[in-house]
Design a binder for this molecule. Structure first.
Ligand code: MG
Length: 477
């Protein structure tokens, strides 16, 4: 592919000019090579070990591998939560979801959604002159006030919830466009919408958030990919997602937009391991979705910007929340909100000028701090036994744990009984961080209790039916 052939010399020339930008409140409505378009591609439940460039030997992902080779591959990038809604809220606001009361996932029965007072990245860029669009999964509430068009997006097409929840419909704008969805065409449909969006906006700055529903269960691939991979349906789905990335890069190249478009690819959380072959792989990491172990929150993340990004591997800690201040900075804007941001500006990392401000990250689940990473070390706070069920594997009860992730990526060798000084140092930091959480709102009511009970009962029946037929239960209802 031609987008492999950019000149390294161009990188240094651009670094100095990028940082000489004056801070603005609006950007030119015509394309400016120093103000990038942004395409943020988010996979759903993609595991750390699911791409070739992250060690997969069974899923073929040549387009993503190419993007990683020519861009930056982040080895220690964390989703802000181990489940969908909180992670997406954090990506769009640069803030821990706990600060918004989003401590669980929204359901079609939910009354609530992302607080309208939050200033999403789409809202910030829209006010600054970007045309903004989302194609794909929203999962931050479906009542009018919570939908994308009321939260900074000029356009929306996609499924408002996860593809295993009731109300799998295609929405366009604030309305349902189709009450039936052929999920085998889901990735292809989203890709077509994304390509049309890019084509339509080639003459002005744009922000496209392409939030795929795949590879969240139930899995679907189109006829061109079904049965073609070496890793069953899961591999088919990953390879179609990789094809989608390739189509977007080809479109950018054909329109001459590679030099002024930042493309980021990541996942909202780790793989759903209880789905067996329909769940992804955490690679060498321990556990998956729903947990604060590395497999639950460390996700593949790749950034590409032809001629601007300094290609390589970034081994430091980063978070999906970092993209908020990063995109604000790259657009030459001031932070548009008056709220505390948890993300840190990565523009220095992208442009080869430096590192992230710290190597700290807090793992927050169910509204509580569950673990803390600082540099090479991760401290996990005491937790009660979490019994396995349809969703999550058994997580044994444990006292405080400490791991050196650089030497022990699989979190096997507990150092808490010997590294007392490190435990004390990290505990003090956690205490300091807790102070910043004193005024967080109560958790939003996610849905009606009776509806939740009915859902659980229906799931239980489905599981029992599958087991009685000798099948492993998959997908949802
Ligand atoms: Mg997810």
């Amino acid at each position: 592919m031609k987008y492999t052939s950019f000149k390294l010399a161009a990188i240094t020339a651009c670094i100095s000019t990028a940082f000489s930008c004056q801070k603005n409140t609006t950007v030119s409505t015509e394309s400016d090579p120093e103000i990038p378009n942004v395409i943020f591609i988010l996979a759903d439940d993609l595991g750390y070990g699911d791409l070739g460039c992250y060690g997969s030997s069974c899923n073929r992902t040549p387009n993503l591998d190419n993007l990683a080779r020519l861009g930056i591959r982040f080895t220690d990038s964390y989703a802000a939560a181990s489940i969908c809604s909180p992670s997406r809220a954090a990506l769009l606001t640069g803030r821990y979801p706990l600060r918004m009361g989003i401590n669980g996932v929204f359901f079609p029965e939910s009354f609530s959604g992302i607080d309208t007072s939050e200033v999403t990245i789409a809202e910030a860029l829209h006010k600054a002159g970007y045309y903004t669009g989302i194609v794909g999964k929203w999962h931050l509430g479906h009542h009018h006030a919570f939908l994308p068009l009321q939260n900074g997006f000029d356009e929306y097409f996609g499924i408002p919830y996860s593809n295993d929840m009731r109300s799998v419909v295609y929405m366009r704008g604030n309305s349902v466009e189709s009450w039936t969805v052929d999920q085998t065409l889901l990735t292809k449909t989203y890709t077509g919408e994304a390509l049309a969006f890019i084509e339509k906006n080639k003459e002005r700055p744009f922000f496209l958030y392409l939030a795929h529903n795949m590879p969240h269960v139930p899995l679907f691939a189109s006829a061109g990919f079904s049965g073609k991979s070496a890793n069953g349906l899961y591999g088919d789905v990953i390879e179609e997602l990789d094809w989608s990335v390739g189509e977007i890069m080809k479109k950018l190249e054909s329109l001459g937009l590679l030099e002024n478009t930042l493309v980021v690819f990541s996942s909202d959380n780790g793989p759903w391991l209880t789905e067996g072959p329909h769940g992804g792989s955490p690679g060498q990491l321990f556990q998956g979705k729903f947990t604060s172990w590395e497999g639950g929150q460390r996700v593949p993340t790749i950034a590409f910007w032809k001629g601007k990004i300094n290609p390589g591997v970034y081994p430091g800690v980063t978070s999906l929340m970092d993209w908020y201040p990063t995109l604000i900075s790259l657009a030459g804007l001031e932070n548009p909100g008056n709220r505390m941001l948890d993300g840190m500006d990565l523009s220095n990392v992208l442009l080869g000028n430096g590192k992230r401000q710290t190597d700290d990250f807090y793992y927050i689940g169910g509204g509580n701090i569950q673990a803390f990473r600082s540099g090479d070390f991760k401290m996990i706070l005491p937790q009660a036994m979490k019994k396995g069920n349809f969703w999550v594997e058994d997580v044994p009860a444990h006292d405080t744990l400490l791991f050196n992730l650089k030497e022990d990526i699989g979190e096997k060798n507990d150092l808490s009984k010997t590294e007392y000084a490190k435990i004390a140092e990290m505990s003090a930091k956690i205490q300091e961080f807790r102070k910043s959480l004193e005024n967080v709102p109560p958790g939003l009511i996610m849905n009606d209790r009776s509806a939740e009970e009915a859902t659980n009962k229906a799931r239980k029946i489905l599981v029992e039916q599958a087991l009685s037929q000798g099948k492993k239960p998959k997908g949802g209802i």
